[in-house]
Design a protein around this ligand. Structure first.
Ligand code: ATP
Ligand code: MG
Length: 731
């Protein structure tokens, strides 16, 4: 940059506060320029750090960033900010949709009329919209007989879940059955959202309705394009939240909903004020602005009806939720024997009684399961007491296990109830999964989340970059390479077997003497020369990974514990013996062969889940939606430049723009192209032209330039396909 900058040029100049500001060049001195900014300051900047500003850019911005005359970071940012101010929250970058969270209901943006309008229109004929992405995915699935997926990403609170719901609503509208009331497949698919949100979402500092699990919904269609089934897969529910909430966050919504249930239910479960439960009162936040938990409770019950959860099952589900609250209130004190524990007071006795009643298990067995452990030695089986701290850990472990089993049950039930269409050849998958995370302290959860994002980024890279380049090479068309940083090395560092971080973690978990320090030491040794791995100074168990989106320092102290995936045998036996078939069903007997402590790890299982997800994605054609959070205040109309820039970088949007524009974002085989556009030049049918000549004919006829004719395909510049389509609709 900088080479075309002269005195009087309009330029973008870096600004410590708002990232980029614009101004006019007053003077040039060597490799520096003096710039008068539009707010009246005079600043000196390196020429190489200045970017030209397009003076003739439309004041309302452009709908597709690939149409910006100068394509660079400040222009992209300015375009998004300009549009956001006009409540235009959607913008394309080629085929990627960028959605900036409005943090307010925008009237008429999603109503039936808009849906209808987008249903009739071809892609890019109308303003950018999430419906346009849903529409093109659906139409291409039908017309071109391809499976599709729509990948929605972005940081917490950026609007992924809302976007996903909008997409699902639109696909249901397209592929719904006309008699759309009650328990149709599409209604079940839609109503699965409130159910999963009640049990899997919570208020966090970043989002009042934060999804604490990842979700992939595969919507299946029949031969005439109607929704015929669906499969929901979920990833890594945050278990720790069940017992540990920090101010001003909340636990999972369902706990508060149940406390606000109609009086007879609250009485039956001996609930009441959420402030009286330890799993809820660690934080002083109980209510959410604009949300009425009592109404939400009823809405959740109605949604459960729609997705086919019976009255009896619902009763059992909320009984289990209530039991977890009571369980959390059981406290322990030192028992009679050294290192043993017993119930602390009358209150604890009451809550133990309630827990066992609700779970329909024996109260003495429950107390034993919390306070004692069997030790199996070659000679004998010893019952060992746990000290009060050990008993509390055991209690919280039980609460987390029950809750995650309950969540898995819900997902499974919804899947069974909606039903899978095994004959379906067509599907659209929609992925709503946590974005990249980097906090002050980062533990195993962040490690898994960021690992997911590395995999998805790799997929994005492969799709956008490698596929394009590969295609250009195959077709032998003109193409100058765009350099980009591949992230395969980080992915390998994490998942390679043997020798990757997950494999080393599993190894450490299986060795009885491992500590966080020995595990970290092993990492330091193994990866000391790896350029994506660093040992931070002044720590003995932290490690830093250089992710595609930036460096993250992980605290490894809890990695070993959090990676171990087992249910304490005493807990398993207790609940398997429950008189309630729902509860015992959550803890089915273990298969004989694996009942002896065979090690299974969360990390390895997650890796497998991700692999399966990637395999599914690789069989489909992707569409990308990048959600952007305009500010951390969760307020409408505030657009924080620096914050947004960071998200555009970590979401790969800026990289994609560079490549997309340098290349040819659209291509079609000659046959595909002719099938679609022969209507623009019917005279071709009269002559005997080669396919490539015929394609060129059409393009020339419509006055397009800059396209390329490859060996079997036509390569179009950004926007040309839409231009041709527009001609087509006019014919
Ligand atoms: P997380 O990763 O924490 O689950 P998320 O990306 O799924 O976050 P959402 O829950 O979808 O974020 O959005 C956060 C909030 O932003 C919503 O509760 C809603 O208030 C607002 N919001 C998001 N998208 C829209 C939209 N299109 N229109 C109006 N409000 C929106
Ligand atoms: Mg979400």
């Amino acid at each position: 940059m900088g080479e075309n900058i002269l005195v009087d040029s309009h330029v973008w100049v870096e600004d410590p506060e708002i990232a980029w500001t614009h101004g006019v060049v007053l003077n040039l001195k060597g490799d520096e320029a003096e710039v008068k900014t539009n707010d009246g300051r005079e600043v000196i900047a390196k020429l190489s750090k200045l970017y030209p500003k397009d003076d003739e850019a439309p004041s309302e911005g452009v709908e597709d960033m690939t149409r910006l005359s100068y394509l660079h970071e400040p222009a992209v940012l300015h375009n998004l900010a300009t549009r956001y101010e006009l409540n235009e929250i959607y913008t394309y970058t080629g085929n990627i949709l960028i959605a900036v969270n409005p943090f307010q209901g925008l009237p008429h943006l999603y109503d039936a009329e808009v849906m209808e309008k987008y249903k009739e229109a071809s892609f890019k004929e109308l303003s950018p919209h999430v419906f346009a992405i849903g529409g093109i995915a659906y139409r291409e699935m039908i017309n071109e007989d391809r499976n599709k997926c729509i990948l929605v990403s972005g940081e917490s609170g950026s609007g992924k879940t809302e976007t996903t719901k909008m997409l699902m609503r639109y696909l249901a509208y397209f592929g719904g059955h006309t008699a759309g009331e009650g328990r149709t497949v599409e209604n079940q698919v839609l109503e699965s959202n409130p159910v999963l949100e009640a049990f899997g979402n919570a208020k966090t500092v970043k989002n009042n309705n934060s999804s604490r699990f990842g979700k992939f919904v595969e919507i299946q269609f029949d031969d005439v394009g109607r929704i015929s089934g669906a499969a929901i897969r979920t990833y890594l529910l945050e278990r720790s939240r069940v017992c540990q909430v920090s101010d001003p966050e909340r636990n999972y919504h369902c706990f508060y909903l149940l406390c606000a249930a109609p009086p007879e239910e609250v009485e039956r479960f001996k609930l009441g004020d959420p402030k009286s439960f330890r799993y809820l009162n660690q934080s002083s936040c109980y209510e959410l602005d604009g949300v009425n938990d009592a109404e939400e409770y009823l809405a959740t019950r109605r949604a459960m009806d729609v997705v086919g959860i019976s009255e009896t099952e619902q009763e059992a589900i909320f009984r289990v939720v209530a039991a977890i609250l009571h369980l959390g209130n059981i406290e322990f004190c030192k028992g009679e024997d050294a290192d043993s524990s017993s119930l602390k007071d009358e209150q604890s006795v009451f809550h133990l009684q309630m827990t066992s009643e609700l779970l329909m298990c024996d109260p003495h067995s429950l107390e034993d399961a919390l306070c004692k452990r069997m030790m199996v030695t070659p000679e004998e089986v010893i019952k060992r007491s746990l000290d009060p701290l050990g008993a509390a850990v055991s209690r919280d472990g039980l609460a987390k296990t029950i809750y995650s089993r309950l969540f898995d049950w819900l997902v499974n039930k919804i899947n069974i109830s909606i039903g899978q269409d095994s004959n379906s050849r067509r599907l659209i998958g929609v992925l709503d999964i946590y974005g990249f995370e980097s906090f002050k302290t980062n533990s195993f959860e962040q490690f898994c989340i960021n690992y997911t994002n590395e995999k998805l980024q790799q997929h994005f890279n492969q799709h956008v970059f490698k596929m394009e380049q590969g295609e250009y090479e195959k077709e032998e068309i003109d193409w100058s390479y765009v350099e980009f940083v591949d992230n395969k090395d980080v992915v390998d560092l994490i998942e390679k077997k043997p020798g990757g971080i997950i494999a080393l973690l599993d190894e450490a978990c299986m060795l009885p003497k491992s500590t966080p320090e020995t595990f970290s030491e092993k990492l330091y040794q193994t990866f000391k020369n790896h350029k994506r791995f660093m040992k931070p100074k002044l720590t003995r168990s932290d490690f830093t990974l250089v992710h595609y989106a930036g460096e993250v320092q992980y605290q490894s102290d809890q990695f070993l514990d959090k990676n171990k995936d087992y249910v304490v045998a005493e807990h398993q036996d207790l609940l398997n013996a429950s008189k309630c078939s729902f509860v015992s069903g959550l803890f089915p007997p273990l298969p004989k062969a694996s009942s002896k402590s065979k090690f299974s790890s969360i990390g390895a299982r997650f890796k497998l889940q991700l692999q399966q997800l990637m395999e599914t994605l690789n069989l489909t054609e992707p569409h990308y939606i990048r959600c952007v959070k305009p500010n951390n205040l969760l307020q409408p109309t505030v657009f924080d430049n620096a914050n947004v820039l960071h998200q555009l970088r970590s979401g790969g949007v800026l990289e994609a723009i560079r490549v997309k524009c340098a290349g040819y974002p659209t291509n079609r085989t000659f046959i595909e192209f002719l099938k679609r556009f022969i209507i623009l030049a019917p005279e071709i049918l009269k002559g005997e032209y080669e396919a490539d000549v015929a394609c060129k004919w059409i393009l020339d006829k419509k006055g397009l330039t800059g396209f390329q004719i490859g060996k079997s395909k036509v390569f179009l510049r950004a926007g040309q396909m839409a231009e041709l389509d527009a001609h087509r609709t006019k014919v």
